[in-house]
Design a protein around this ligand. Structure first.
Ligand SMILES: [Zn+2]
Ligand SMILES: [Zn+2]
Ligand SMILES: [Zn+2]
Length: 349
């Protein structure tokens, strides 16, 4: 504020326009001559003051804009004429301009300040900007400064602004702390959601692989009525497919499968059950146990947890079919599996 030049009058708008008919007076005593028609058309609040002369000091024709530095007022008046302010003016007076734009209802300037201040958030000014955004009903800026504050909280906590806020605005302090709590919760929720989503996507991929292993066959594993061919190229989901093939091979030969003590066999069992739950053509289906599982569900029903799992896999499947191209076998690089010496294994139906 000390740098403001408040001595003497300034004439911003002499020249082209008709003579000024009003003076804007600032706290420092600066008098800015202006045109009432321009002020009235740019701000409904000023218009309201200007069309009701009883609100003016009639003898002087002055409007008082107090409480902000003189320089900020003259930038404000300039803006009412030109709808422009420079980056440097925004840098120096952004906070005051936001207040003025709010009080005098100048939406264009308010927008400009909201954007300008959000770009200029610093550790030092974050608390002030937040407070002002709340006072001036600027929700975008409020959210931006809240986010800035909560991600730089360690440093903001050290500032004078924060200490002042703690002493004078405990409600806002509480608001900030709550926001940070919720932000932390949101982050955790998103992380969990991502993890779950990738699990359902994996399962949905496994479902695709299971179907194509059991109908066309893939590399060395295929349906029992079809000779598996070493010429078959690995499919585009071969990472998942290969794991599933290993599991299928294990399942077919495991001695502990029937007594339920083998975890890998249990997993295979779940995968077959999951397939059956989402299969819509059980009569033509080549996947083992598909119909048997369907029959069992018809007799006994499914539990809710299982149903919810099925629902999530189905929607993950729908999502991935929207975002990923269909299996492209031709373009996939051929993997050399020769050295694996894979058994010529066939699925038992
Ligand atoms: Zn495959
Ligand atoms: Zn097993
Ligand atoms: Zn099926």
């Amino acid at each position: 504020m000390s740098s403001d030049n408040c001595s003497g009058d300034i004439d911003l708008f002499s020249g082209e326009m008709s003579e000024t008919d009003i003076q804007v007076v600032t706290s420092g005593g600066l008098r800015i001559p202006a045109h009432s028609a321009v002020l009235a058309s740019a701000s409904t609040v000023l218009e309201n003051i200007l069309v009701r002369p009883e609100k003016l000091r009639s003898s002087e024709r002055t409007i008082r804009i107090l409480g902000v530095p003189c320089d900020a007022v003259s930038v404000f008046i300039r803006f009412l004429y030109s709808s422009k302010c420079t980056e440097e003016q925004m840098e120096r007076h952004g906070i005051h301009l936001l207040a003025l734009s709010h009080v005098y209802l100048v939406p264009k300037l308010k927008q400009r300040c909201t954007k300008g201040l959000a770009e200029r958030l610093t550790i030092e000014n974050a608390v002030d900007v937040l407070q002002l955004a709340r006072l001036c009903d600027a929700p975008d800026l409020y959210l931006r400064s809240m986010k800035f504050l909560s991600s730089n909280f360690k440093k903001v906590e050290e500032t004078e602004g924060w200490k002042f806020l703690q002493d004078h605005d405990p409600l806002l302090e509480l608001e900030i702390l709550q926001f940070m709590d919720e932000a932390e919760l949101r982050k955790k929720r998103t992380r969990r959601h991502k993890r779950e989503l990738s699990l359902y996507l994996q399962l949905s991929e496994a479902m695709d692989c299971l179907e194509h292993i059991c109908t066309e066959g893939c590399t060395s594993v295929g349906p029992c009525d079809k000779e598996p061919s070493y010429e078959t190229q690995p499919c585009s989901k071969f990472d998942t497919c290969q794991g599933l093939q290993l599991l299928i091979r294990h399942f077919a030969t495991c001695k502990r499968r029937t007594n339920g003590s083998c975890l890998r066999c249990k997993r295979m069992w779940q995968i077959l059950r999951l397939h059956s739950s989402i299969c819509d053509q059980p009569n033509d289906c080549r996947v083992p146990l598909c119909r048997q599982f369907k029959l069992k569900v018809q007799q006994r029903g499914d539990d809710d947890l299982w149903k919810s799992l099925v629902g999530k896999v189905v929607s993950a499947r729908a999502m991935s079919s929207l975002s990923l191209p269909k299996r492209k076998r031709v373009d996939e690089p051929k993997m050399d599996l020769g050295h694996h010496e894979v058994m010529n294994f066939r699925l038992a139906a």
